[in-house]
Design a protein around this ligand. Structure first.
Ligand SMILES: [Fe+2]
Length: 176
C-alpha cells in the first residue's frame, strides 16, 4: 500500500465529512485527495448496494438514516474539490499534450449524481423513519442505477484523470 493509500485509508476510518472539506483536501494534495474522494464514493456505493440487497423487509432503518445524512454532503464536497482543483489541474496538464478529453461530461455526471442522490435521500429518510417501502423493486432499481453510474464515474476518473494528476503533482510539487 502506497503512502497516499495509507493516508487515504486512515482518513477514511477517522472522518465522515470533515476530511472532505476543501481545507482538509488541500492539505493532502490533489493525488491523495482524489484517492480519498474515490474511497469515500466507493464506500457509499457499497452501503447503498447493501441496502438494495436487504430490501424490502430486512433493511436497517438506522443504516438508511446514516446514509441519507451523508450521501449528498459527501458528493457536494467531493465535486466542489474536483471541479475547483482537480479538473483545472488536469486541463492545464493536458493542454499541450494533444489530449483534449473534455471533462464537461464529468461535470455533467456530477450534477446528475447530485440530483439522483437527492431523490434517494428522500426515500432513505422515509424508510429510516419507519416508513413503508411501498415500491421496493423500483427503489432497488434506482439504487442500482445510482451506484453503477457512480462506480463507472470513479473508474473513468481513475483511468484517465488520476494518472495525469499524479504526474503533474510529482512534476510540480510546489504548485500544490
Ligand atoms: Fe468526479
Amino acid at each position: 500500500m502506497s503512502i497516499s493509500q495509507k493516508e487515504s485509508a486512515a482518513h477514511l476510518r477517522s472522518c465522515e465529512l470533515g476530511c472532505l472539506s476543501s481545507e482538509e483536501l488541500g492539505k493532502l494534495g490533489p493525488f491523495a485527495a482524489m484517492t480519498l474522494i474515490h474511497d469515500k464514493k466507493v464506500a457509499l456505493c457499497e452501503e447503498l448496494e447493501n441496502i438494495a440487497d436487504c430490501l424490502p423487509s430486512n433493511v436497517d432503518e438506522l443504516t438508511c438514516l446514516s446514509v441519507a445524512a451523508k450521501l449528498l454532503p459527501i458528493l457536494r464536497l467531493a465535486h466542489e474539490y474536483e471541479e475547483s482543483v482537480i479538473f483545472p489541474t488536469y486541463e492545464k496538464a493536458v493542454a499541450d499534450t494533444g489530449q483534449n478529453m473534455s471533462i464537461d461530461r464529468l461535470r455533467g455526471e456530477h450534477i446528475s449524481d447530485e440530483c439522483f442522490a437527492a431523490d434517494l435521500t428522500g426515500i432513505l429518510l422515509k424508510i429510516g423513519h419507519g416508513g413503508y417501502v411501498d415500491q421496493a423493486e423500483t427503489f432497488r432499481f434506482m439504487l442500482r442505477g445510482f451506484f453503477y453510474s457512480l462506480r463507472r464515474h470513479v473508474a473513468f476518473e481513475n483511468e484517465h484523470v488520476v494518472p495525469i494528476i499524479r504526474k503533474s503533482t510529482l512534476s510540480h510539487p510546489n504548485r500544490f
